[in-house]
Ligand binder design. Structure first.
Ligand code: KG4
Ligand code: ZN
Length: 350
């Protein structure tokens, strides 16, 4: 007999339904158990960073094979750490896109197989929507409308969240994502992979005003551009090789953060946001967090900075969106395909 009795879409999850979340879109293999969409019972993340570091970036085929090896033990650990029996899991959620297709397929196939075995609903989760939900997981009291600055390795966007599941795209990068800029500049400076944390660390010992790198499109709308900044850094270092890496890292980081914070403030003002929040891997950046908080208190808005482990890829955020999506839309059919280029479901485009 099915453990969850369908009574229309909202009947698929109850207030305390435990959802197993699975995340394999890129280079983290993660599983988590979350009850009622917000109560994190366990969250296990196995990073493949060391595996990819030798290549200077994520190698898709290596990532897929590592997910295959790691996923079952990671899921088993998440269940043990939560201290529950398999039989109390009421639904399975897995990232269905965007991401690396081979990597996504591992998590989606495992999620569907477990849902079928346990006779519970399966739900495919949009990875970007999950980064937005990481904010609610930690602070369910956040007031809407809220503007979220989503800054990861593949995306940089400002999203207005009007209601649960209702988004409007306010601005996005026209070239490189912020995380991509951090990774490329770090590689150029010989700081290794992943570049964001390495630049963050190197910048701590440098002078952010040492070099006046360009702040592209600072006073112009809500879109971003980071590829010119990356080129400026390279040109500067080639011209002045005696410059210290710490000063370059600090000045580059200050240029990125200036633009991210200025546009987030403008977006908040434009939509009359009650709260501003960060999401995605770059939200772990120490300067961005400090400046974002200052900006929110100056503008009188609620501010949410997810803890760094909730900014980077994890499965608790997947389970959380899975719970909300099961409640609003019901399960995803088991023949649904993974989508490497899946977009956020924007209710209204700008
Ligand atoms: O969200 P995420 O874990 O994966 C994607 O979905 O892309 O984001 C990874 C990105 C990488 O580009 C990484 O360099 C960046 O987040 N990142 C940081 C920091 N920690 C991670 N960027 C700047 N400062 C950090 N402390
Ligand atoms: Zn991510």
């Amino acid at each position: 007999m099915s453990r969850v009795q369908p009574r229309g879409a909202s009947g698929y999850v109850g207030d305390d339904t435990i959802v197993l979340g699975i995340e394999t879109s890129c280079d983290e293999t993660a599983a988590a158990l979350v009850a009622g969409g917000t109560d994190v019972l366990s969250s296990v993340v196995s990073s493949q960073v060391d595996l990819h570091a030798q290549y200077g970036g994520v190698v898709p085929e290596v990532a897929s094979r590592a997910h295959l090896d790691l996923l079952n033990p990671v899921i088993a650990r998440a269940i043990v750490e939560a201290g529950v029996q398999d039989s109390s899991i009421g639904a399975v959620a897995a990232t269905i896109g965007p991401g690396l297709i081979g990597a996504l397929l591992v998590g989606v196939s495992a999620g569907k197989a477990l849902a079928l075995t346990w006779d519970v609903p399966f739900v495919g989760v949009n990875h970007m929507e999950a980064h937005l939900y990481a904010t609610f997981l930690e602070d369910p009291t956040l007031e809407l409308p809220m503007v979220v600055l989503l800054v990861s390795g593949g995306h940089t966007m400002l999203v207005e969240m009007r209601d649960h599941g209702s988004y409007r795209l306010l601005g996005q990068t026209i070239d490189d994502a912020a995380g991509e800029a951090f990774d490329k500049v770090a590689r150029f400076l010989g700081l290794g992979y992943p570049g964001g944390p390495a630049i963050d660390k190197a910048a701590a010992g440098g002078d952010p005003t040492a070099i006046d790198f360009p702040r592209a499109m600072l006073n112009d709308g809500l879109d971003f551009s980071f590829s010119g900044l990356k080129t400026s850094v390279m040109n500067y270092v080639r011209k002045f090789p005696e410059v210290t890496t710490a000063d370059v890292a600090a000045s580059f980081q200050a240029a990125v953060v200036d633009v991210l914070v200025a546009k987030s403030r403008r977006a908040g003002q434009q939509v009359g946001a009650r709260a501003l929040a960060l999401g995605g891997g770059v939200a772990a950046n120490s300067l961005l967090r400090e400046r974002f908080l200052d900006a929110c208190s100056a503008d009188g808005r609620q501010c949410h900075l997810p803890t760094p482990s909730m900014c980077t890829d994890n499965a608790a955020m997947i389970a959380s969106v899975g719970w909300h999506r099961l409640r609003s839309d019901g399960p995803t059919p088991l023949d649904a395909a993974a989508h490497p280029n899946l977009c956020l479901p924007f209710a209204v485009d700008r």
